[in-house]
Design a protein around this ligand. Structure first.
Ligand code: G6P
Length: 479
């Protein structure tokens, strides 16, 4: 009698593959290297799962297909929708608003209309794939209205939502003209997961202030609404992680180890290699980091002949103005410092505007004495966890911003406030001169945490919590 369909449906802005159309019209796809795929692949395969998402190019229409034992369901976005829903509302309204308004968020009614329309399309696609009583797990800020829309379409489903980015304090969130609709959209879920306890608390406060609902601990009571029965919603922290074992193993392979040595040699065998790895995003504090590093060279605390900074800045959201401006600023700054302190055959900063496969990343992590993660605001920051997972030699120092979700978990890192340039300079120097014994002590502590709390644990904790009836959940007792 049960409706045909999948027992687990993941809904995310992006599919785990990027699809492209050749000149002759043939569609091909490549697996995208994102962390979420590796996290969810095993659960998806054992649970008969489908993944609903955008294939990454405007206008691309494709039928559902199977890849790696998953059903992939492409959602089509027109060029205008990519502009207004993805580049506009998601990445020029919500992204800066949720990251402490580091860049000013733009509020445009047309963008909001398209965001709503596109969220409805994702909800309909998910409703079509889900079996009777299935679990649907909606991901991230691009799709915050999907839980509410989906509940109206399919009240039989268990709906989870995970917010990968920070949830802002009420004083910032309430700038959003559509704040109430967003909160109500999220409340369509049975379980709303956040990176940090502070994010969950910010959300609960927004619920109390922007709706008539009351909250008690992690629970929010939602009264009956027409045909929909009363429900209890849980808002709780579920800090995400990485496939730590895979990274640890990768970094132990002879190929990666040899490549790490080669990288150091190609850099001119400096005494100290520092590393930054980020999407080129204004939330990452790349300018603050480079400024601090430049001042250390200028005041003679670091000798440019003995150290170098490798900055990988992977291209991101290149049609959004704030990202174009950031790129200009970073490149001018790098050029200035290299002009001042570089020598023939030796650059003060190696700036790489590319992204690299995991093997090359693991080699870079192994080659780096100091890893600089200096985000101004960051939901979690998985680069910090990757660095730790790669360091089975127990060497290397992680300099980590207080404003990352990772800082809540990773004791053993040298914590910094990236706005405090002097403080950051002290921390970088301390890291660069830390004795190996202290490095080992800290790295062991970090590795215990990262290797134990991996991404498989994250997804199973979330899905197990979603599967149990919530306290006060009326749907559970009616069965
Ligand atoms: C962050 C977001 C993800 C997003 C990723 C890359 O990690 O939380 O949802 O997919 O950035 O950004 P992009 O806009 O290229 O998908």
């Amino acid at each position: 009698m049960g409706k045909d369909g999948f027992n687990l449906v993941v809904v995310a802005n992006r599919l785990p593959v990027d699809m492209s159309v050749a000149d002759d019209g043939t569609v091909s796809w490549q697996r995208s290297p994102g962390g979420l795929v590796t996290a969810l692949e095993p659960v998806m395969q054992s649970a008969d799962g489908a993944w609903v998402g955008w294939a990454g190019s405007p206008g691309l229409e494709a039928d559902p297909f199977d890849a790696d034992d998953m059903r992939l369901v492409p959602v089509t976005l027109s060029a205008g929708e990519v502009e207004r829903y993805y580049e506009g509302f998601s990445n020029d309204t919500l992204w800066p608003l949720y990251h402490d308004v580091i860049a000013p968020p733009a509020f445009h009614r047309q963008w909001w209309d398209t965001y709503r329309k596109v969220n409805q399309r994702f909800a309909e696609a998910a409703a079509e794939q889900a079996a009777d009583g299935a679990m649907v797990w909606v991901q991230d800020y691009q799709l915050q209205l999907v839980p509410g829309m989906l509940r109206r379409l399919r009240p039989d489903l268990k709906i989870g939502f995970f917010d990968h980015i920070p949830f802002p304090p009420l004083e910032i969130f309430q700038q959003l003209p559509w704040r109430r609709q967003v909160v109500e959209g999220l409340l369509g879920a049975d379980l709303i997961g956040f990176q940090r306890a502070g994010d969950a608390a910010n959300f609960s406060r927004a619920v109390r202030r922007l709706t008539d609902l009351t909250t008690r601990g992690q629970m929010i009571q939602v009264p009956a609404d027409g045909d929909l029965p009363a429900r209890a919603v849980r808002a709780a922290p579920f800090p995400i992680s990485i496939d730590s074992k895979r990274f640890d193993e990768l970094a132990r392979t002879p190929e990666v180890q040899a490549r790490a040595k080669e990288i150091r040699k190609d850099l001119g065998d400096p005494k100290i290699v520092m590393l930054g790895v980020d999407r080129l995003d204004y939330t990452k504090g790349i300018r603050h980091r480079i400024k601090a590093y430049g001042e250390l060279l200028q005041d003679g605390s670091l000798d440019p002949a003995e150290c170098t900074l490798v900055q990988v800045a992977s291209p991101s959201r290149e049609n959004v103005g704030a990202y174009q401006e950031l790129r200009e600023h970073v490149e001018v700054l790098v050029g200035r410092i290299n002009g001042e302190y570089g020598e023939i055959g030796h650059s003060a900063i190696h700036y790489l505007h590319h992204s690299y496969p995991p093997e090359e990343m693991a080699a870079l992590y192994l080659a780096a004495d100091v890893m600089l993660v200096t985000s101004l605001r960051d939901g979690m920051n998985l680069v910090a966890k990757e660095y730790v997972a790669a360091r089975s030699d127990d060497a290397g120092v992680l300099v980590l911003s207080e404003f990352t979700g990772a800082a809540d978990e990773l004791s053993g890192a040298v914590l910094v406030n990236p706005h405090d340039i002097d403080g950051m300079k002290d921390a970088i120097l301390r890291a660069a001169t830390m004795d190996p014994k202290e490095q080992r002590k800290r790295m062991r502590r970090l590795r215990r945490k990262v290797l134990t709390d991996d991404v498989a644990k994250w997804s199973s904790r979330f899905l197990t919590t979603l599967a149990i009836p919530q306290a006060g959940d009326q749907t559970g007792s009616d069965d």
